[in-house]
Design a protein around this ligand. Sequence first.
Ligand code: 6GU
Length: 249
Amino acid sequence: MQIHILTLFPEMFQGPFNTGIFQRAIDRKLVRVSIHNIRDYTHDKHHTADDYAYGGGAGMVLKPEPIFEAVESLKSEIQGEEGVGALPIILLTPKGRLFSQEIGGELSKYSHLILICGHYEGIDERVHQHLVTDEISIGDYVLSGGELAAMVVVDAVVRLLPGVLGSEVSAVDDSHATGLLEYPQYTRPAEYRGWSVPEVLLSGNHSQIAKWRREQSILRTLERRPELLDKASLSSEERKLVDRLKGEA
Ligand code: 6GU
């Protein structure tokens, strides 16, 4: 997958993509991330990317021209390559649809993504109306710009690309992959400061372990994020368990 990020602050992207799982994915050529400075697509000598809002009010608005030109230039470059299908052009903005594991999964299917980092003050409406194909927010709070949100989305998507994680199963049990929060994990020592690892995990009984983990996922989800249970796929027995526990609470 090739990911293009358009931003006014390219320096913010030093670091997150140069560590751990991400760096390994880049080294193995499973993903390429290119950062583009929106200012490089301006034509005046001050490289002006924003301007006053028509109608007045505080805050500057990102101008449409450099963003259109940057995206169009990338688009023609990308569409010259072979085997390119639909090309999502995604604006990161608190006005977007709420990002989720499911949306991460959808995005992981594309060969290319273009992400545009918006700014809190705003972006000219013609970009929303006539350029982007999708708008994403990462939560109900306001960040100063879309950069951190773009990093969040890219991280969540890259983990899902085939071959990125050590073993294919690692992503399967992740919190949210199943629609439930993940079960508790333990490693050695079996007892630490008097706190023991649950007996069943030491038993070697794989079906009992799987059953315990599944229950723990359900319990933890019920405790912390009960609304997730409405959408999770549960067996009829698990449904009954949830209804019983809800009744007790
Ligand atoms: Cl995508 N951008 C900004 N500026 N703030 C946000 C956001 C995005 N998602 C949540 N808050």
